[in-house]
Design a protein. Structure first.
Length: 711
C-alpha cells in the first residue's frame, strides 16, 4: 500500500501488517481444523483410515497444537496479560475455553493410562479447541476488515492529494547575483516578497517533477490547468479559477490571483498558476482534516465506556457460572460421562458468553458515523461530540456569517449636518475603519474603494469589540459604531434614535459616525440571509430542537432577521465575551446546548456549549474551535449533523442490545439448564460459530448505517 501523506505512517501500516498476519492465521487454522474434524470423525469421511484411538489422539494433538499455540496466540497472550492485571476480558473467556479443551485432550493423549484405569473413554476435544479458535479469529479478521472499510472516508480524503508536484528550479547562485545587481535580464518574472527569481518558461526555466513528500516550505510550484494543487500555498503568478468543493463544499470555482491562498487537494480549472508552498506535509489543511477524522474515529465515546464497565462485571460473573457449571455437572451429571460433560458444558459457557460483539458495538458504529460525516462536509472532532449532539435541545445561532452570508454591504451613507457630501462621509469612515478586521469595517472600506474615494491612514486607532472603533483621522477624532459606543463616549443622539430604529427594523445595521462629540452621519449596512436559513428553524423544530439567535447587533435588526426565518428567541446587543455567558445560562436550564458560530469571534461560546458547531471554510481556526466543523458553510449540515448523531447512537444501542440478549439467553442453555427438562445442550463448536456470527452481524449492522442520507 502506497502512502500518500506522511501523517498516514506507522499506525496504518501496522494495522495492514496485522491484518495480513490475521489472514494467514485464519487460513492455516481453517485447513488444520478441517483435517482435525476429518480425523476426529472418521465416520464422516470414508477415505480417512480408522486409526487406533491412541495414535489418532497423537495425530490430533500434532494438528491442534499449532492452532492453539500459534493461531490462537493472541488470546493466550491477552488472557495472561489480563490475569496478571487481575482483569477479565473476552480474551480470558476464549483462552480459558479453548485452553481447557486443548489441555484436556493433551492429558488424555499423554497419559492414557490415567483414563483407561478408571474405565473412562479416551475422548478428546481438539476439534473444539481448533475450530473455535479459528472461528473467533475469523470474526476478528472480519472486524478488522470492517474497520478499514469504514475508514474509507479517510482513504477518499487521502486520494485528494496528488502524488507529485512540479517544482520550479530556482538557481541559488543566479538568485544572489540578481539580487545584488538588481538586474533582471532574462530572469523574469520576478517574485515579490521572497525575492526569488527564475528564468521564465520561454527562456528555458527548469521544472522538475518531485514526489509530494519532497516539497518543502518556500518551494515554487507550477500548477497546470486541470491539475490538483499539491500543497497549501500562495499564488505568486498567474490567474485561474480553483474548485475547492472537496475541502469547503463551495461548488462555485473561486478566482485566484497573485497573493490568494491555495488549498492542497483542490482542483485547478483552466489557468496555469505558480505558487509558493506555505504549508506542506503535516501542516496542510487536508492533513489536518485527515488527522482530525482519524483521531475522531479512534476516540472512545462515553457510551463505549459503559460497555467496558459492563464487561468488567459481566466477565467475572461468567467465570463463576463456568465453575458452577463444571462442578454441578461433575457431581450431578450422568455417571459415565460426568467428567466430559462437565468439561464440555463449562467450555460452552465460556465461549457463548464471550462478549466479543459487545466490544464491537460502539466503535464500529462510531467509525461509520464519523466517516459519513466527513464525507458530507461534517467534521466531528471525536466520538463524544457525536454522541452528545443527539441530545441537543437548544441551538444558538450567531447571526453574522452564520445565518447570514457575512458579505456585508453599505446600503446608505447619510449626512446629518454640515457641508459634507455622502462620499466624504464614507471616505472619513473608511479611513477610520481601515485598521479594523471586522466585517462591518471591511464593508465600509470596500464601498469607499469601489467609489474611488481617496483614503488616508488613521494616526491613532482603537477598536472596541462589539461596539465599534475610535480613530484619529485628518486631525479629527472619529467615532464609528453602535449606540452603545456613542453612550460610552457621551455622544448625544437624541433625535437620531428614531431614524436608527427605522433602519434597524428593516433588518439593516445602522452605524453612527461622529466627529468629536457630534454625530455627523449614519451608515447603513445590510447582509443577505443564507439560502436555506428560512428552512433550518423548521427542520430543527421537527427534531424538537429550539432555535435561538445571538448577536452583538441592534435588537431591532436581530428581531427583524429572526422574524424572517422563524426564530422566536432572540439575544441581541450581546458583547462578544458575553456570548459564552449566554450559552452557560441556557445550559443551566438543563438543556443540552449547541452553539453555531463562524468560528472566529464566537470561539469562547463554541467552547462553552455542549456541542460547538463551527461554520468553517476549512480554515485552521474553524477546525480547531468547535467540536463539529461544518466545512461547506451550509446550514442544512447542522441539521444533518444532529440527524447523523441520532442515527449513530440508535445503531450503537441496537448493537448493544443484540450483543447482550444473545449472551444472556444462551448462557443458561450452554450451562445445561434445559437438560434436566429434556432440553438441548449447546455444543462448544456451535457456541463458537454462533459467536463469530454475532460479531459479524454487529459489524454488518453498523455498516448498514452507511445507508444514512443527508437531506
Ligand atoms: P456579531 O455578533 O453580529 O458578529 P459583533 O459583536 O462583532 O457582531 O459586533 C456587534 C456590533 O458592534 C455590530 O453590529 C456593529 O454595530 C458594532 N461594531 C463592531 N465592530 C465595529 C466596527 N469595526 N465598526 C463599526 N461598528 C462596529
Ligand atoms: Mg459572527
Amino acid at each position: 500500500m502506497k502512502l500518500a501523506l506522511p501523517i498516514q505512517g506507522a499506525h496504518e501500516q501496522a494495522t495492514f501488517r496485522e491484518n495480513q498476519l490475521l489472514k494467514q492465521k485464519v487460513i492455516v487454522g481453517s485447513v488444520l481444523s478441517v483435517m482435525i474434524i476429518m480425523l476426529a470423525f472418521p465416520q464422516l469421511t470414508p477415505f480417512v483410515p480408522d486409526f487406533d484411538l491412541q495414535i489418532r489422539n497423537w495425530l490430533l494433538l500434532a494438528l491442534a497444537a499449532p492452532v492453539e499455540l500459534w493461531v490462537g496466540w493472541d488470546f493466550l497472550k491477552g488472557a495472561w496479560h489480563n490475569l496478571r492485571h487481575r482483569v477479565a476480558t473476552m480474551d480470558t473467556l476464549v483462552a480459558f475455553g479453548t485452553g481447557a479443551a486443548f489441555l484436556y485432550g493433551g492429558v488424555v493423549t499423554l497419559f492414557p493410562r490415567l483414563f483407561l484405569d478408571h474405565n473412562l473413554l479416551l475422548e478428546t476435544y481438539f476439534d473444539v479447541a481448533a475450530v473455535v479458535t479459528t472461528l473467533i479469529l475469523l470474526g476478528r479478521y472480519f472486524e478488522n476488515r470492517a474497520k478499514s472499510q469504514t475508514s474509507s472516508a479517510i482513504k477518499k480524503l487521502l486520494d485528494l492529494a496528488p502524488k507529485i508536484a512540479h517544482r520550479v528550479k530556482t538557481d541559488d547562485s543566479q538568485q544572489t547575483i540578481a539580487q545584488n545587481t538588481s538586474e533582471v535580464g532574462l530572469r523574469s518574472p520576478r517574485f515579490g516578497e521572497a525575492g526569488l527569481r527564475y528564468t521564465s518558461d520561454v527562456h528555458g526555466v527548469a521544472i522538475e517533477d518531485i514526489p509530494l513528500n519532497q516539497v518543502v516550505k518556500g518551494d515554487l510550484l507550477l500548477v497546470k490547468p486541470g491539475e490538483k494543487i499539491s500543497v497549501d500555498g500562495l499564488v505568486v503568478e498567474g490567474y485561474s479559477a480553483v474548485n475547492e468543493s472537496m475541502i469547503t463544499g463551495e461548488s462555485v470555482p473561486i478566482d485566484k490571483v497573485k497573493g490568494d491562498q491555495l488549498i492542497g487537494g483542490t482542483l485547478n480549472a483552466t489557468g496555469s498558476l505558480t505558487m509558493k508552498a506555505t504549508g506542506v506535509g503535516k501542516d496542510t489543511v487536508l492533513a489536518h482534516i485527515i488527522q482530525l477524522v482519524a483521531a475522531a474515529q479512534a476516540s472512545k465515546a462515553p457510551i463505549q465506556r459503559l460497555a467496558d464497565q459492563i464487561s468488567a462485571v459481566f466477565v467475572p460473573i461468567v467465570l463463576i457460572v463456568t465453575v458452577v457449571t463444571f462442578v454441578s455437572w461433575f457431581i450431578f451429571g450422568p455417571q459415565s460421562q460426568a467428567g466430559s460433560l462437565a468439561l464440555i458444558n463449562a467450555v460452552a459457557v465460556l465461549l457463548i458468553a464471550c462478549p466479543c460483539a459487545l466490544g464491537l458495538a460502539t466503535p464500529t458504529a462510531m467509525m461509520v458515523g464519523i466517516g459519513l460525516g466527513a464525507q458530507n462536509s461534517i467534521l466531528i472532532k471525536d466520538a463524544e461530540s457525536l454522541e452528545r449532539a443527539r441530545n441537543v435541545k437548544s441551538i444558538i445561532f450567531d447571526k453574522t456569517g452564520t445565518l447570514t452570508k457575512g458579505e456585508l454591504t453599505v446600503t446608505d451613507a447619510m449626512v446629518l449636518t454640515g457641508p459634507m457630501s455622502a462620499k466624504q462621509l464614507l471616505g472619513l469612515a473608511a479611513s477610520a475603519e481601515r485598521k479594523s478586521e471586522h466585517p462591518v469595517a471591511k464593508a465600509i472600506v470596500k464601498s469607499a474603494q469601489s467609489q474611488h474615494i481617496p483614503l488616508t491612514w488613521p494616526t491613532s486607532f482603537e477598536s472596541l469589540p462589539g461596539q465599534g472603533v475610535k480613530a484619529y483621522v485628518s486631525r479629527k477624532t472619529i467615532v464609528i459604531g453602535n449606540e452603545r459606543l456613542m453612550k460610552l463616549f457621551n455622544i448625544q443622539l437624541d433625535s437620531l434614535e428614531k431614524q436608527l430604529e427605522q433602519i434597524a427594523q428593516s433588518g439593516q445595521t445602522p452605524l453612527v459616525v461622529a466627529v468629536g462629540q457630534e454625530p455627523i452621519g449614519i451608515i447603513a449596512i445590510a447582509d443577505e440571509l443564507k439560502k436555506d436559513a428560512d428552512q433550518i428553524v423548521d427542520s430543527l423544530k421537527k427534531l424538537h430542537i429550539i432555535s435561538w439567535l445571538v448577536t452583538g447587533d441592534k435588537k431591532e435588526v436581530a428581531t427583524a432577521i429572526a422574524k424572517k426565518i422563524g426564530i422566536e428567541h432572540v439575544l441581541a446587543e450581546v458583547l462578544p465575551h458575553d456570548k459564552a455567558a449566554q450559552v452557560q445560562r441556557l445550559k443551566l436550564t438543563g438543556h443540552t446546548v449547541a452553539m453555531v458560530g463562524d468560528g472566529v469571534n464566537d470561539a469562547p461560546a463554541l467552547a462553552a456549549a455542549d456541542v460547538g458547531i463551527a461554520m468553517g471554510k476549512g480554515s485552521d481556526v474553524a477546525i480547531e474551535s468547535g467540536s463539529v466543523t461544518i466545512m461547506n458553510n451550509d446550514l442544512k449540515s447542522v441539521v444533518n449533523a444532529i440527524r447523523l448523531s441520532r442515527a449513530t447512537i440508535r445503531k450503537v444501542k441496537q448493537n448493544l442490545f443484540w450483543a447482550f440478549i444473545y449472551n444472556i439467553v444462551l448462557i443458561p442453555v450452554a450451562a445445561g439448564a434445559l437438560y434436566p427438562f429434556g432440553g438441548p445442550l449447546l455444543n462448544p463448536i456451535l457456541a463458537g460459530a454462533a459467536m463469530a456470527l454475532s460479531s459479524v452481524s454487529v459489524v454488518g449492522n453498523s455498516l448498514l448505517l452507511k445507508r444514512f442520507r443527508v437531506k
